[in-house]
Design a protein around this ligand. Structure first.
Ligand code: CO
Length: 288
């Protein structure tokens, strides 16, 4: 009997501090309706992996949140998402960055989380931040495999695959892009990559391509959603789109307008990052 009593005593004293997990998925956001399936399929992958866990979205772009609100679609900010999870009794938040690289958007996310924690002391026992898609050597190899697997549905042997990343001029992720590019091209030399806004630009990629054979070219965005950049800068009909510029030089060009979020192999990498996140932002970093 005393043993059972002690058991219940332990059980009840534990009950109030039981961990309740919640997930916050953070993306820049998109107001292009055709780009939504990428976010929806990521959400489906998370619901499958975490069936009994509340999952909340946050879009970091306030312009996009306002545009969507006018259409009756309400997605909150990072702070809104954390408020929602707290109201649901969540005390262990797993935040997943759906960014491709640890650039300015990711840095801003980390900072928003730290500011929120500071403003609401004791609100969460743990805030665990899942890293963006591409950081480690393993991430890059897995992403390259997943992207090539998706492209293999239409890409024939000898066909070139062009990937458009976002990038940021003189930004902090330029070197991450270069690292990923080296790995992607080592795995498959017919993959060419450049960014819309980063230092690795289209003319540099074109110079590289012109050294190779003039095969068929498939264009794909290396972004979570196939939004405005994919539809206009990459595959648009304007003279300055990548598609038009390549076609003008005699390449046979076609585009696959699906975001990386639609790729199950990419969702797997994000899910692994969510599982592996162990650095609790609420506490001092653990040092030996
Ligand atoms: Co942009």
């Amino acid at each position: 009997m005393p043993a059972l009593f002690i058991f219940f005593l332990i059980l009840f004293s534990w009950a109030p501090c039981m961990a309740k997990d919640g997930i916050l998925l953070v993306a820049f956001g998109t107001s292009v309706p055709e780009a939504r399936p990428a976010l929806e399929s990521l959400e489906a992958a998370y619901k499958k992996a975490y069936p009994d866990t509340p999952i909340v979205w946050a879009f970091t772009s306030s312009i996009i949140r306002k545009k969507l609100a006018k259409q009756g679609i309400h997605v909150g900010s990072i702070g809104d998402g954390l408020d929602t999870l707290a109201k649901e009794g969540v005390n262990v938040v797993r935040v997943q960055s759906l960014h491709i690289m640890p650039g300015e958007e990711f840095t801003a996310l980390e900072r928003s989380l730290l500011v929120h924690i500071q403003r609401h002391p004791g609100r969460f026992e743990a805030v665990l931040l899942g890293r963006p898609l591409l950081e480690s050597d393993r991430d890059a190899h897995e992403a390259a495999t997943a992207i090539r697997a998706m492209a293999s549905a239409f890409r024939k042997e000898g066909d070139v695959l062009v990937l458009m990343g976002h990038g940021q001029k003189d930004g902090r992720a330029d070197l991450v892009f270069e690292g990923a590019r080296a790995i992607f091209r080592k795995d498959d030399p017919l993959v060419y990559m450049a960014t819309v806004e980063g230092s690795r630009d289209f003319p540099q990629m074109l110079a590289e391509m012109e050294k190779g054979e003039m095969g068929n070219v498939w264009l794909m965005p290396m972004m979570v959603v196939a939004g405005d950049h994919a539809r206009n800068d990459l595959a648009g009909s304007d003279d300055d789109s990548w598609a038009s510029q390549l076609a003008k030089r005699g390449y046979k060009v076609a585009a696959l307008l699906s975001g990386l979020g639609e790729n199950p192999g990419i969702a797997e990498i994000f899910l692994r990052h969510t599982r592996e996140a162990a650095d609790n932002l609420v506490e001092e970093p653990k040092k030996p």
